[in-house]
Design a protein around this ligand. Structure first.
Ligand code: GUN
Length: 374
């Protein structure tokens, strides 16, 4: 049975789309990039900077928050938005993906995944039902079904087994979600690795179950960009036109431009903050590594035309010094500069789609990156 639709498609330009997703904590303009605040914090940034940078929505993780400080505690403290002070739309990932990448001694069964906590070694079980319960306790505006993602390359058998399990977990997630409707949303996740047929089957069956929106998972997990884009081209047309489409864990600015061109509406990725902590800046001229000695005497800012003050006003020489000295401020400044650049890019895409000039926008943006850091 289909769930109510909170997404409004405002304009399309070729396959690219712009729209508006209305959540209980506010409106999200799409295409949207969600910065990742894994454990209830954006690493190196205040929430007010995240908001000022233009983010409408952020991502939190079931896995981390259920282990520490605990979902029941966050619920008692008023939910994640109140607890953290972000107070805006939040999407939470369902946990399975993080179990696979972060915990030890994990075991996947039909019923649940069991694993040892990366914090204190405690044995924990996470089922699709418990994942929905945790996401409800957290107060996620958008909850994700629990799924199993396989790294690529993988065998056809492994891809099909994980895809079928994810579909059964999708049904259980939906049932658990519907047992106590609360005005929030639930997204299904399409798996299927790099096999078009699996993607089609998964998308079709997921749409039959019916979700508020649909994610494409199992990508950016070891495959070349061309394979990722091909899988988006296979999957997106199989999803309902009037529902939001979310590409999980992606990506670089280049990935975002290409994926929006193929009809994706939402993204999340740790890249802007993680790379910022490692001395990298994302700019109109591509990525700039501030560690590099050539910046030591450079009085120029990263981008004198940027709307973001730290990108416009702070010298490359100072950023280089902060990064080389291991100063916390270097990581903080580059995180905000990068999140602001990602949001600027999304805004540019939204405006270009509305104006019907997305192709020109793509060409100009690519030309800026190709010109490089001058
Ligand atoms: N984050 C990045 N990729 C995935 C995926 O395939 N599934 C889930 N749940 N989260 C992800």
């Amino acid at each position: 049975m289909s769930l109510p639709n909170h997404f409004e498609l405002l304009a399309t330009n070729g396959t690219a789309r712009t729209g508006r997703l209305t959540t209980p904590h506010g409106v999200v303009q799409t295409p949207a990039f969600m910065p990742v605040g894994t454990a209830g914090a954006m690493k190196g940034m205040h929430w007010r900077e995240v908001r000022d940078a233009g983010a409408d929505i952020v991502l939190g993780n079931t896995y981390h928050l259920m282990l520490r400080p605990g979902a029941e505690r966050i619920a008692a403290l008023g939910g994640l938005q109140t607890f953290t002070g972000w107070n805006g739309p939040m999407l939470t990932d369902s946990g399975g993906f993080q179990v696979m990448s972060l915990s030890d001694l994990r075991k996947v069964s039909e019923k649940a995944v069991t694993f040892r906590s990366h914090i204190d070694g405690a044995k924990v079980e996470l089922s699709p039902e418990r994942s929905i319960e945790v996401q409800r306790l957290l107060g996620a505006d958008i909850a994700m079904q629990m799924d199993e993602c396989v790294r690529l390359p993988a065998t056809r058998d492994d891809i099909e087994r994980a895809m079928r399990l994810s579909l059964r977990w999708a049904e259980r997630s939906k049932r658990a979600f519907e047992s106590a409707p609360d005005g929030n949303m639930l997204f299904g996740i399409v798996q299927g690795g790099d096999i078009p047929e699996m993607r089609h089957i998964n998308a079709r069956e997921l749409v039959d179950i019916g979700f508020h929106g649909y994610a494409i998972g199992g990508l950016a997990v070891g495959e070349p960009q061309a394979v990722m884009l091909a899988m988006i081209e296979e999957t997106a047309p199989a999803l309902p036109v009037d529902r939001p489409r979310y590409l999980m864990g992606v990506g670089t600015p280049e990935d975002l431009l290409e994926a929006v061109a193929r009809g994706i509406d939402m993204f999340d990725c740790v890249l802007p903050t993680r790379n910022g902590r490692h001395g990298m800046a994302f700019t109109r001229f591509g990525q700039i590594n501030l560690r590099n000695a050539r910046h030591a005497d450079d009085p120029r800012p990263l981008d004198e035309e940027s709307e973001w003050p730290s990108a416009r006003n702070i010298s490359r020489a100072y950023l280089h010094h902060l990064v080389r000295s291991g100063e916390t401020l270097g990581a903080m400044l580059l995180s905000e500069i990068n999140v602001a650049y990602y949001q600027h890019l999304m805004q540019g895409m939204r405006e270009a789609i509305t104006a019907g000039t997305f192709e020109t926008f793509q060409e100009q943006t690519r030309a800026g990156w190709a010109k490089g850091d001058i």
